[in-house]
Design a protein around this ligand. Structure first.
Ligand SMILES: *Cc1c(COP(=O)(O)O)cnc(C)c1O
Length: 395
């Protein structure tokens, strides 16, 4: 019923997040989708069933999550044509999408991608005959320069991790359309609350739902969304053929998490803006990178294509490696941990932690210095977060 209503009338993103994907369960009227822990479904006679055959292919809990993520990415102005697919991890989602391509195909990738994505492309898919160019796509001319006749796709993260570079989604989508190749955006950092790549003409969206979408630091998961019917059919086939699907329990938890996504993103964004401003006043910090600061090189673009700047801040500690490590061992609220996007504040050292799989030489070229730390600003009270950083810097 709710789903039917959603299709008829335009709804705001908060309302979509609250209801999308779920309708009262058929037998009892339960308002949340139950966790359908079953591997298979009884058939009346061979081939006669209710549309559910085997849980890798069909699972009602996973379907509810997939519909919700698709509705969020489709957005209030969407056509309703978006379809979502949920995976066991962000990298399982990425692996599946990349099987749209094959041996000899070339993919242009933004240089500052998530470390695990870089490792998958560089260490695994290259061995399968894929070719990659990792280029700085904040330079509008870089895309055309990297393009070759065998280029089949463009892979973009924006904002990037950890340098928070912002890439022009409309320009990427237009280039891909002109060349008849596939544009893919990892929307993990911005989430559909702040950025909807489909509205810019991007073909495929990838998420690590481990991060903001679930938001509670208790699930590893991934998702893919597309609007084009041919791409949807290919992705549906690949999800089932490769089999890296999200479990019923993880689907349930992620669906529960994303109901509060707009609320959480609002707070992450508000806290991060204040903390970024505060960090710029500190002598212990030599550089603050946050798309919401006017000092950010792509601040104007971020303002244009995002409706919020998000909860991620990177900054350079003036004393380099030792000073940054010292700060990170002294925070009490900011936990030193990998990952991001949960309700709790985390601090990460990219060179040692998340981006250790990127060679030191490549890291230096990108600007991931030994003094760089990345904050995932949580939903705590901002005064407590600032006080925590302040005491960690003192003495
Ligand atoms: C974490 C992350 C991934 C990988 O997702 P997993 O769920 O850890 O497999 C991909 N992209 C970005 C931007 C991420 O932060």
């Amino acid at each position: 019923m709710v789903v039917g209503l959603m299709a008829q009338t335009k709804k705001h993103i908060e309302t979509i997040a609250t209801h999308a994907g779920t309708k009262p369960e058929a037998v009892t009227g339960a308002v949340t989708t139950p966790i359908f822990y079953t591997s298979t479904y009884a058939q009346e006679s061979p081939g006669v069933h209710k549309g559910f055959e085997y849980s890798r292919s069909h699972n009602p809990t996973r379907f509810a999550l997939e519909d919700a993520i698709a509705a969020l990415e489709d957005g209030p102005d969407g056509t309703g044509a978006a379809k979502g697919f949920a995976f066991a991890s962000g990298l399982a989602a990425t692996t599946t999408v990349m099987q749209l391509f094959g041996q000899g195909d070339h993919v242009v990738v933004c240089d500052d991608v998530y470390g695990g994505t870089y490792r998958l492309f560089d260490k695994v898919l290259k061995r399968n005959g894929f070719q990659f160019s990792f280029v700085d796509l904040t330079d509008p001319k870089a895309l055309a320069a990297a393009y070759r006749p065998e280029t089949k796709a463009i892979w973009v993260e924006t904002p990037t991790n950890p340098l928070l570079k912002v890439i022009d989604l409309t320009a990427v989508a237009e280039f891909a359309r002109a060349k008849k190749i596939v544009s893919i955006v990892d929307n993990t950092f911005a989430t559909p609350i702040f950025q909807r790549p489909l509205e810019h003409g991007i073909d495929i969206i990838v998420h690590s739902t481990t991060k903001y979408l679930n938001g509670h630091a208790d699930v590893v998961g991934g998702a893919v969304v597309a609007r084009d019917p041919a791409l949807i059919e290919r992705l549906r086939f690949l999800q089932n053929a490769i089999g890296g699907v999200a479990s019923p329990m993880d689907s349930f938890l992620t669906l529960r998490g994303l109901r509060t996504l707009p609320l959480r993103m609002e707070r992450h964004d508000r806290n991060a803006r204040q903390i970024a401003d505060w960090l710029t006043t500190r002598k212990e910090i030599s550089k603050v990178i946050y798309p919401g600061l006017t000092s950010h090189p792509q601040h104007a673009l971020a303002k244009k294509q995002m409706s919020g700047f998000g909860g991620m801040i990177s900054c350079e500690v003036a004393g380099g490696l030792e000073a940054s490590k010292r700060l990170m061992t002294r925070t009490r609220i900011f936990l030193c941990a990998e990952s991001l996007g949960g309700f709790e504040s985390l601090v990460n050292h990219p060179a040692i932690m998340t981006h250790a799989s990127v060679e030191p030489e490549a890291r230096r070229k990108l600007g991931i210095t030994d003094g760089l730390i990345r904050l995932s600003v949580g939903v705590e009270h901002v005064d407590d977060l600032i006080a925590d950083l302040e005491q960690a810097m003192a003495g």
